[in-house]
Design a protein around this ligand. Structure first.
Ligand code: NI
Length: 167
């Protein structure tokens, strides 16, 4: 957290909000405002019981995403993230904070490599499998204006879930 600023829970944009289908812009400067945004995004994600959230989803068209799979993991702040390698394919269940009340079966990679800047501007290269790979693909998709429903195994593989289920 940054210098005693109060964290804010931001409004999560939901379908059919057009911002979810727009491409986020590359970030050129990492400044105090951006770091505050990253902290607020983490707060918003935790508040919604999510494991990742991207700029578009909080109304900011900049290439920033945060991911934290479990309480034990360090939160990842990813600036200008790009998938540089994908390998294999698997079918996996997925949900999204911007599409509440639904889950779907999607095609994802077995393994990915991601390149991004961290909050200090340092280049990160991370190789990931399973849930982390899925989160990398899901969040970089958001920044490219794509949603998991673009990757459904088939059109009928989207179903409703009870309103209070975790994402
Ligand atoms: Ni999402």
């Amino acid at each position: 957290m940054f210098g005693g600023d109060v964290l804010a829970v931001l409004t999560i944009r939901k379908l059919p909000d057009p911002i979810l289908t727009q491409k986020a812009k590359r970030i050129r400067h990492i400044d105090k405002e951006l770091l505050k945004l990253a902290d607020d995004m983490l707060e918003t994600m935790h508040d919604a019981n999510g494991v990742g959230i991207a700029g578009n989803q909080v109304g900011i068209l900049q290439q920033i995403a945060v991911i934290q799979l479990t309480d034990e993991d360090e939160p990842l702040i990813l600036i200008n993230p790009e998938i540089t390698m994908r390998e294999g394919e698997r079918h996996v269940e997925e949900g999204c904070l911007s599409i509440p009340g639904y889950r779907g079966l999607v095609r994802r990679s077995l393994k990915v490599k991601l390149r991004a800047l961290d909050k200090k501007g340092k280049l990160l290269r991370i190789e990931a499998e399973e849930l982390l790979a899925q989160a990398f693909e899901h969040e970089t998709d958001h920044l490219n204006g794509k949603l998991y429903i673009d990757h459904l195994v088939s059109r009928d593989k989207l179903w409703k879930i009870p309103p209070d289920s975790a994402e």
